[in-house]
Write a protein that binds this ligand. Structure first.
Ligand code: EPU
Length: 417
């Protein structure tokens, strides 16, 4: 298993581009199941999760190829299998996104029930409840969701809680339904809006994406389209924190700062100096961060996917910060690893009490999930001495060449195969 070795203490400086968003690319690829015509995605991040979903789509009948300009063409002329097997769903939960589109296109789907994961239980009851309201007949057999339906019938549904992939799954199910579907308490994440844009380009009729009420007027069929995936706000945020935590000066280009306001506000409260353009952000780090409190919440609130990285930053603040995680019940696994680097973090229920220390010490640490890995890399960049972050396959699921980008900013980081 590969690891990353970091010699800390370099102030990062320079400019790096952000990559396309993982969490927008995955549903965009899956949406190709809704039509026999080609969906061309102009940009996709080179990530393990993108390869996993591509593999799943190929099993279901997709042909994937590269266009001369580097775009990826996905075409599902015919659905050849209706099954998302456990070995793929268990490596990547986002595989459950095929449920809605498979049912909408073919009336049949068999998808392994994802179990819990390193950050929480993560049930998919809201996905299933919504699909049932649209008319699906759903049972759980031997660890699989087995679903059948005739053409979905538009309906009104109110989600019990805000779910990102749940909203995406139901939106993809409803685009081919007969009549109008209204999803209340929908997720407002930019990735949901990006999927709606793609579906509209395929001929779907959707209103309200980006608000808590999405209205979908079903159409009999969808066609192909060309689509450009939005920049990855979490990768952008992680790179900005790398600038902040090292007291450096980092500019991220090809970014979408409009999707980052909650994070940018916290970086400023922590003492970073920001300059924000239309598609770039420059972050100059403070000598020492100021403490501040953070509460994660659905968009436009502070993203849970940035909680770990910001904990690394506030772990070096001049005082006490409180970080409250409201989305996932077990997303503080990085705290214990940060403590091994000298942090003083105590967990009290859903809140981490982060008493800032003057510096971290390099140490061998272990990544437990994607964003936790990023937080350890960030701490390693700021630490005195050498840090080795093991199990970086977690990181590779969601960051495209992170170490190369950090190297370009001057970091002393290398991959040990
Ligand atoms: N939930 C339920 N029932 C459901 C669905 C969700 O109880 O049917 C709960 C979850 O257990 C969680 C909360 O609702 O407590 C929110 O979960 P959500 O469904 O929004 O998460 P997700 O769609 O599974 C996506 C991202 C995650 C990101 C979350 C929250 C993708 C592929 N994944 O997951 O990304 O943390 O939204 O913003 O879009 C990551 O990239 O590192 C990552 C984990």
């Amino acid at each position: 298993m590969a690891s990353l070795e970091i010699e800390g203490g370099v102030r990062l400086k320079g400019q790096v581009p952000s990559s396309p968003a993982k969490n927008a690319a995955l549903p965009a690829l899956v949406a190709s199941l809704l039509t026999a015509e080609p969906v061309v995605l102009e940009n996709l991040p080179a990530l393990a999760d993108v390869r996993t979903i591509s593999q799943l789509l190929e099993r279901l009948g997709a042909e994937l190829s590269q266009e001369p300009d580097g775009a990826t063409r996905v075409q599902v002329r015919q659905v050849k299998s209706h099954e998302a097997p456990y070995e793929l769903v268990s490596t990547m939960r986002a595989s459950v996104l095929v449920l809605g589109p498979l049912l909408a296109r073919t009336g049949l789907a068999r998808v392994a029930l994802p179990g819990g994961c390193a950050i929480g239980l993560r049930p998919i009851d809201q996905h299933l409840k919504g699909l049932k309201r649209l008319g699906a007949d759903i049972g759980i057999q031997n660890g699989y969701v087995e679903a059948r339906s005739s053409r979905f019938k538009g309906c009104r549904m109110t989600l019990d809680l805000v779910t990102v992939t749940g909203t995406e799954n139901l939106m993809m199910a409803a685009v081919l339904a007969e009549g109008t579907t209204v999803i209340e308490n929908a997720a407002r994440e930019p990735e949901v809006v990006d999927l709606a844009r793609l579906l509209e380009a395929m001929g779907a009729r959707i209103e309200g994406a980006g608000t808590e009420r999405i209205e979908i007027l079903g159409v009999p069929e969808l066609g192909g389209c060309r689509h450009r995936v939005i920049p990855d706000r979490i990768e952008t945020g992680t790179l900005l924190v790398a600038g902040a935590i090292t007291g450096g000066d980092v500019t991220v280009t090809n970014a979408a700062p409009r999707n980052l306001s909650a994070l940018l506000a916290k970086l400023e409260e922590a003492g970073a100096l920001l300059e924000v353009g239309e598609d770039w952000v420059r972050c100059r780090g403070p000598e020492r961060p100021s403490p501040t409190d953070v509460i994660t919440s659905p968009f436009p609130g502070f993203p849970t996917d940035m909680q770990a990285q910001v904990m690394s930053l506030l772990g070096l603040a001049d005082g006490l910060s409180r970080i409250t995680e409201t989305i996932f019940e077990n997303r503080f696994m990085h705290a214990a690893e940060l403590n091994r680097m000298g942090a003083r973090i105590e967990i009290d229920g859903a809140t981490a009490l982060v008493q800032g220390v003057s510096h971290y010490q390099g140490a061998p640490v272990m990544a437990t999930d994607l964003r936790a890995s990023a937080s350890l890399v960030l701490a390693g960049l700021a630490a005195k001495g050498r840090t080795e972050v093991s199990r970086v396959y977690h990181l590779d699921r969601g960051y495209e060449r992170l170490e190369a980008k950090l190297q370009a900013l001057g970091a002393r980081i290398r991959r040990i195969p």
